[in-house]
Design a protein around this ligand. Structure first.
Ligand code: ADP
Ligand code: LRH
Length: 488
């Protein structure tokens, strides 16, 4: 006997509607519908096309009902920090702005100068990313939409609202706003007010597992069935961490897709000044756990390079590029993948070449050289991040789990094992959708807790193990990178 669940997972590069089957010894996903997530620039501002994504979600749910039957429930997760504003009648006041839009330039620096560097960290535990919701709201404070707003809904909560009519803010994703108190996991309304923001925009918090209720009648008609929507760990990274098939607690993870979210699962936050200076975040995980991690720029560098080559008419087939990159000598050029110049969309190969030139390193120009430079540099960033996380949290690590699309990148997984000196267990690729399904299964009473979920994952999901190899002098690459960072 198995039960069926529908997981809607919106990543920065693609979205999917997945059917998940769960039983005592069963955990199976079938991907029913995948669609690209293509942002659009409107009058100079970069937006998410949420209406288009919602139409694909409805289509995916319809296919799921047709092919698999009526699910026990539906769960929605997406990338973090971004939000839609609703007016008092519940209408969306314009498409959400993309976190890579330039409107937040300089805002974080100004706020942290004003409040003092430690104030926000002690209250919210978050790393400073220029696009945290708090900075986006400060940038938007004077717009007509902001002034007219009645509610602010984070992206998965906005989808949940369109599906059911219920408004709220799921707590794991709410933690990424930098407006949630890291100790109490409630809104820090005093912080919002002190920045001239309107705390009344922040909706009531909900916990993973809570029901939003059934589908609106028009939605049920459209998709061909009715089922409750259940709040999952709606921050995609929170769901991905649930989906890590780890045994015990001596593990690190890299949720590797557009971003490489690299860190640890802890039972309490780390708020030391060393942790703040290293810019580690304490995001809210399931059941009071803490996702102690840093955002590494991730496969974005590769995605954006491929996009650039395609646009320029160059051959840019990913498997071919990766196979060619494996033949390029290691460590010729290493870049600081987290340099702010790499955040916005654009000519990534050109920016990488400029970085190499500025730091006196060989300038990669052929696509396979650029790809190799990206992968060596990502492995170096993962090594540094995981070592710092383990030190700062005094937490021993025996194994690194890589989940998400990056688990398919064998060269990156091997280089990460080599660079960290630890075995890498790669997979599942769809850890986020699995985490989404598992929280729904728990709400339905099929799973007891997080360790039960991980036991089921380890027993059912295929993984690939990479052992660290000697050969590359990672210490000297790390030294070269450190001196490059000092030059730019
Ligand atoms: P997100 O959730 O951020 O949209 P995903 O976890 O879906 O990202 O990962 C997408 C990335 O995974 C792609 O950009 C690509 O770099 C990588 N990827 C996907 N399939 C493959 C593959 N067959 N080989 C190597 N890398 C892959
Ligand atoms: C990954 C992710 C990450 C956030 C970023 C905005 O998709 O949710 O955890 O920092 O997007």
């Amino acid at each position: 006997m198995t039960s069926l669940f529908a997981a809607v997972d919106l990543g920065a590069s693609s979205g999917r509607v997945v059917a998940g089957r769960v039983g005592p010894e069963t955990l199976e996903l079938t991907e029913g519908h995948r669609f690209v997530n293509e942002p659009v620039r409107l009058a100079g501002t970069l937006h998410w096309n949420v209406a288009g994504l919602y139409a694909e979600i409805l289509r995916g749910l319809r296919f799921l009902g047709r092919d698999h039957g009526v699910p026990t429930s539906i769960g929605v997760d997406s990338w973090a920090v971004d939000y839609g504003l609703l007016d008092d009648a519940g209408a969306l006041l314009g498409p959400p702005v993309h976190y890579r839009d330039e409107r937040t330039e300089g805002v974080a620096e100004e706020i942290n100068r004003r409040l003092g560097p430690d104030a926000l960290y002690q209250r919210t535990g978050l790393q400073i990313l220029p696009f945290n919701t708090i900075y986006q709201l400060v940038a938007a404070r004077d717009t007509a939409a902001y002034r007219a707003a009645h509610d602010l809904l984070l992206v998965p909560d906005l989808i949940g609202y369109w599906l059911t009519g219920a408004r709220g803010a799921e707590v794991t994703n709410a933690s990424t706003t930098q407006l949630l108190d890291v100790h109490t996991r409630t809104w820090d309304t005093a912080l919002a007010s002190s920045l001239g923001l309107r705390p009344e925009l922040l909706p009531a918090l909900r916990q993973p597992g809570e029901s939003l209720g059934g589908l609106r009648e028009d939605v049920a008609t459209e998709v061909g069935f009715d089922a409750p929507v259940v709040a999952v760990a709606s921050h995609d990274t929170a769901s991905a961490v649930i989906g890590v098939p780890a045994v015990g607690d001596r593990f690190a993870y890299i949720s590797c897709g557009t971003w490489g979210l690299a860190g640890l699962e802890l039972d309490r936050p780390v708020l030391s000044s060393a942790s703040r200076e290293a810019n580690f975040t304490n995001e809210a995980g399931i059941d009071g756990t803490v996702r102690y991690l840093r955002n590494v720029m991730g496969l974005w560098l590769l995605q954006e390079s491929v996009r650039w080559w395609e646009r320029s008419g160059l051959p840019a087939d990913l498997p071919t590029l990766l196979a060619d990159a494996a033949g390029v000598p290691a460590g010729r050029t290493v870049i600081d993948v987290d340099d702010a110049r790499f955040l916005p969309p654009g000519d990534m190969p050109g920016r990488i070449a400029a970085y190499a030139a500025e730091t006196g390193q060989p300038v990669p120009s052929a696509p396979d050289e650029i790809v190799r430079c990206i992968l060596d540099s990502l492995a170096l960033a993962f090594r540094r991040t995981l070592r710092e996380a383990a030190d700062l949290a005094s937490h021993d690590v025996d194994v690194v789990h890589i989940v998400g699309g990056g688990a398919r990148n064998a060269l990156l997984c091997q280089l990460t094992a080599d660079a960290t000196g630890l075995p890498v267990v790669a997979g599942p690729v769809e850890a986020t959708a699995l985490g989404n399904v598992l929280v729904q299964a728990r709400a339905a009473g099929l799973i007891a807790d997080l360790s039960d979920a991980r036991r089921l994952l380890a027993a059912t999901q295929a993984t690939v193990r990479y052992e660290p190899r000697p050969g590359i002098d990672w210490d000297s690459l790390a030294g070269r990178l450190a001196s490059s960072i000092a030059k730019v």
